[in-house]
Write a protein that binds this ligand. Structure first.
Ligand SMILES: C[C@@](O)(CCOP(=O)(O)O)CC(=O)O
Ligand code: SF4
Length: 393
């Protein structure tokens, strides 16, 4: 595999132990995928930040890497952790647990990360079509490739960490034109009206992910546009939950042309959508969790505004967003409204059962998929319907 002079020096340890380790791993992966060379990345996003998921082993690895002089050579953001770093007392955890999460955050900060602790870097970072990235949160990867037209593989957290230090990724997979072309069509023209009227884009995503597996699908007839960020987030996150793919070409949204039409066409009817939705019929929920992926400023503001207008919700509502949005919208009013606005974490990577309930309702196909697999009882319902149910007498 070709390495330029500077990359060779990095690999040989001239820039320190951490850079050499990062390069060894990136080069090894590049060789496995038969990449001809590496590509410089503009930005990295690292998952595997929650103490709940990575435990002491992960924490020690990150501290060790920072102590070895590990420094990110490109702007790097990080995924949510296990707790809200301000409101952790409301999350059923003790101080020693929070200490561990803070040590993880500290290690990332020493390595130069912007400690954003959100899974929606695409809402905040300056990412353009054609940019090469090393991202490792599936919903973010899918948004970057499918909506923005940037290029990243669906990396695991540890690989993105090494790529962030090396500033390079293997030139393989979705970094290359030939792997960004669709190999099947998923056609929603028979069900798009039903999906739009009932707000079921999450359900559409669960279906697409399962059909696509690791292939890039071309989604036709869904009726979404580039401006429909809320729906696109829910749709793509759900694709990433049931499928391994890192990209969906969405007719009317994706900036890239699909090229030759694939022969395989799957038509999705109203009955298919209903059948998928019926898998998440959990009843008797006693908390509502919204924000997988993290809610944007506009989404949080409009949910708060809804309850201010219609009155206090009948069950507790948990909202998850970025620190930036939470600090703009948090107020004493929310407590009175039975709304809990959390940042730095989410319903999947925190211990939801400890502070909310093991019986929840959500509008997120991805959260429904992961929480159900952890043994929670989950009802999947469109956001509009949930909000209405919460204020009905
Ligand atoms: C489920 C997920 O959104 C968050 C949990 O992963 P992690 O703890 O950030 O590695 C990861 C993903 O889908 O890429
Ligand atoms: S909110 Fe959803 S997409 Fe974001 S980190 Fe949690 S599980 Fe992943």
């Amino acid at each position: 595999m070709y390495l330029d002079k500077f990359e060779e020096r990095m690999l040989e340890g001239e820039l320190g132990e951490a850079v050499a380790l990062a390069m060894r791993i990136v080069v090894k992966i590049a060789e496995i995928f038969s990449a001809e060379r590496l590509v410089k990345i503009k930005h990295a996003h690292v998952s595997g930040v929650s103490y709940e998921n990575i435990g002491d082993e992960g924490l020690e690895f990150l501290e060790g890497l920072a102590a070895k002089g590990g420094r990110f050579s490109v702007p790097t953001t990080v995924n949510p952790g296990a707790v809200d770093l301000e409101l952790w007392r409301k999350m059923g955890v003790d101080e020693s647990y929070v200490e561990k999460q803070l040590r993880i955050v500290g290690a990332f900060r020493r390595m130069g990360a912007k400690v954003t602790l959100t899974c929606t870097p695409y809402l905040y970072e300056d990412i353009s079509p054609g940019d090469h990235l090393a991202w490792s949160e599936s919903n973010a990867v899918l948004f970057a490739n499918s909506v923005i037209g940037a290029r990243t593989n669906r990396d695991g957290g540890p690989l993105a960490l090494m790529e962030a230090i090396a500033g390079r990724a293997p030139l393989s997979g979705l970094h290359l034109d030939e792997n960004r072309r669709p190999s099947l069509v998923v056609d929603f023209s028979e069900s798009s009206r039903y999906i739009a009227e009932n707000g079921l884009f999450s359900v559409a995503g669960l279906i697409v992910g399962r059909l696509a597996g690791n292939r890039v699908p071309l989604v036709r007839g869904l009726g979404l546009q580039r401006k429909d960020v809320e729906e696109l987030k829910l749709f793509l996150a759900a694709v990433g939950a049931t499928g391994g793919t890192g990209m969906v070409l969405i007719d009317g949204v994706s900036p890239e042309a699909p090229g030759d039409m694939p022969g395989e066409v799957e038509k999705i009817g109203v009955d298919d959508v209903k059948a998928e939705l019926e898998k998440y019929g959990g009843s008797g929920w006693d908390a509502v969790v919204l924000g997988c992926p993290h809610l944007s400023y506009e989404e949080v503001a409009s949910i708060i505004e809804w309850f201010e207008r219609k009155g206090r919700p009948r069950s507790r509502v948990y909202l998850y967003t970025s620190r930036e949005v939470a600090s703009r919208l948090r107020s004493d009013r929310l407590e009175k409204l039975n709304i809990h606005l959390f940042a730095d974490t989410c319903m999947v990577v925190s211990n939801l059962g400890a502070y909310a309930s093991r019986s929840v309702a959500t509008d997120s196909g991805k959260a429904a998929f992961y929480l159900a697999s952890k043994g929670y009882s989950v009802a999947l319902l469109p956001r509009r319907k949930l909000l209405e149910m919460l204020v009905q007498g």
